[in-house]
Design a binder for this molecule. Structure first.
Ligand SMILES: *Cc1c(COP(=O)(O)O)cnc(C)c1O
Length: 508
């Protein structure tokens, strides 16, 4: 008796604990759900931007993992006391920074189901529902965006849910690269050039670097305030012609619909007309603003998308879906698959060999993948297209209101016209006040605007971020948190005014 038992280490803790036990899961999950509900009910009481100092958590938690089990109640207490203070509360209705990362009841529950099944659906046979639901949901959303038929599975193209835009762009650059190198020879990889504007997200630069495009072959076409910071076809053509003259090979163009700094929109049609003369791959990055294009009144921003090769947007930004989730459509899945497919013995199966199924491992960088389409399926079914449109319109409406506040106050100026739900403004370099006119100049306005932003964020009442466009320092206010209502936008404006008044007073 007990030869096995005597070999068990003496932990002093019960060894009956199991990694999963349904009824215990039910009890703990209820505790966690209660915790989350209370967090959301109290969310406005927290400073929006975390106020901790670097390294704060090292002082609060033990320096090694516990040897024995700890009760869920204790763990949740530590989440409340140690983790929550170190959060910047992206779900706060007073969060206006970066772009939103908005969630919803349906998105959250979809996430739970995704995690519950925990299926890595890398090829069809590993979970047919995971692959087929993704095919279907991608066609659904493609139709909501009125993407050209060739982007849908039903039209010979197809969509895939990537983790992030960076991955989506990397996959398309690699597809374009390999397609081009097949034509011109592998040894010419150093000649490949990629194009974007100077407003394009750094994700494109990173993707190009990873794909082996030489850093000096990354062209950032200049933009100006006169064109509202969008890329011009003439600027693109000039850059391409110079490269061709130098013996280089134009490969890829990445226009943006809704740039990160100021939500500028690059004109897809005219840019494609130039790029297509040179046989380039055109990928549209609509990470944030793509969502709005499900509303007919915003769809014109995608005009010309029918001439592009691929398109992506992030439901985990402004589409009420939890991270991570980036929808990518391509017209020619074959190019993507040629660049990304592998066929190891241990994954071989009849369905794949018959080529009658989609194997998503050949559409992305990694092998394993989450059942992300469940989230989008729940969001779309729970709310319906009409409500999704209205949610987005409400955000745009609130942004319009904030824009009106700024325009009416002669101490401020809107720097770039608003396209969606993001406003870009600053302290006016020539501000008029009840008593006088103040001339700060651009440099002075830059410094004051930066100072204003820091003081606003320091207050913890609201949170916004900044950008520099055309040498001008601006405060960006992106409306899009799920819980934001009119009163929060009004509060944001009150806080901005209050801090600006104080700051400008001290100048006199
Ligand atoms: C946020 C953003 C990205 C980066 O998105 P990830 O999903 O984090 O890679 C890329 N492009 C634009 C225009 C963005 O706004």
């Amino acid at each position: 008796m007990g030869s096995l038992n005597t070999q068990e280490p003496e932990t002093g803790f019960p060894t009956s604990i199991k990694p999963f036990e349904p009824e215990e899961f039910r009890r703990h999950a209820h505790l966690v759900i209660d915790f989350i509900v209370d967090y959301y009910k109290n969310i406005e009481n927290y400073p929006v931007r975390s106020q901790v100092e670097p390294g704060y958590l090292w002082k609060r938690v033990p320096d090694s993992a516990p040897n024995g089990p700890e009760p869920m109640e204790d763990i949740l207490r530590d989440v409340r006391n140690d983790i929550v203070p170190g959060l910047t509360h992206w779900q706060s209705p007073n969060f206006f920074g970066y772009f939103p990362s908005n969630m919803s009841t349906a998105g959250f529950l979809g996430e739970m189901l995704c995690t519950a099944f925990n299926t890595p659906g890398f090829n069809w046979i590993t979970s047919p529902a995971s692959t087929e639901l993704e095919n279907i949901v991608m066609d659904w959303i493609g139709k909501m965006l009125q993407l050209p038929h060739e982007f849908l599975f039903s039209g010979g193209g197809g969509g895939v849910i990537q983790g992030t835009t960076c991955e989506a762009i990397l996959c398309t650059v690699v597809a374009a690269r390999d397609r081009m190198l097949q034509k011109i020879g592998l040894e010419n990889i150093t000649k490949l050039v990629v194009y974007a504007s100077d407003q394009t997200h750094s994700a494109f630069q990173k993707a190009s670097q990873i794909a082996g495009i030489r850093r000096e072959n990354f062209r950032a076409v200049g933009t100006t305030a006169e064109n509202a910071f969008s890329m011009t076809p003439d600027g693109l053509r000039a850059a391409i012609e110079a490269d061709v003259k130098a013996g280089l090979v134009p490969l890829f163009l990445c226009p943006t619909v809704g740039t990160t700094s100021s939500t500028a929109v690059d004109p897809l049609g005219p840019l494609c007309d130039v790029a297509k003369e040179y046989g380039m791959w055109v990928h549209v990055d609509a990470a944030y603003a793509g969502s709005a294009c499900i509303c007919p009144e915003f769809r014109h921003f995608l005009d010309g998308v029918e001439k592009t090769d691929s398109f992506s947007f992030n439901p985990h930004k402004w589409f009420f879906t939890t991270m991570d989730s980036c929808c990518l459509w391509v017209k020619d899945p074959g190019s993507l698959n040629d660049a990304l497919s592998t066929n190891p013995e241990y994954l071989k199966n009849k369905a794949s060999e018959l080529k009658c199924v989609v194997d998503y491992k050949d559409w992305q960088i990694c092998l394993n993948r989450r059942f992300r389409s469940l989230k989008l399926w729940l969001v779309l079914r729970t709310y319906g297209v009409a409500n999704m449109q209205n949610f987005l319109r409400r955000h745009v409406g609130m942004a319009k209101e904030f824009e009106c506040f700024v325009r009416k106050d002669t101490r401020f100026e809107v720097v770039v016209p608003r396209n969606f739900s993001t406003i870009v403004f600053r302290i006016s370099p020539v501000g008029t006040y009840p008593d006088s006119t103040r001339v700060f100049g651009d440099q002075g306005a830059n410094e004051l605007t930066a100072k204003l932003l820091e003081s606003v964020n320091e207050s913890g009442k609201v949170f916004m971020t900044h950008a520099v466009v055309g040498g001008v320092y601006v405060i960006r206010i992106a409306v899009g948190a799920t819980l934001t209502e009119d009163r929060h936008v009004n509060l944001a404006w009150d806080v901005v005014q209050e801090h600006a008044s104080q700051m400008l007073l001290t100048l006199t």
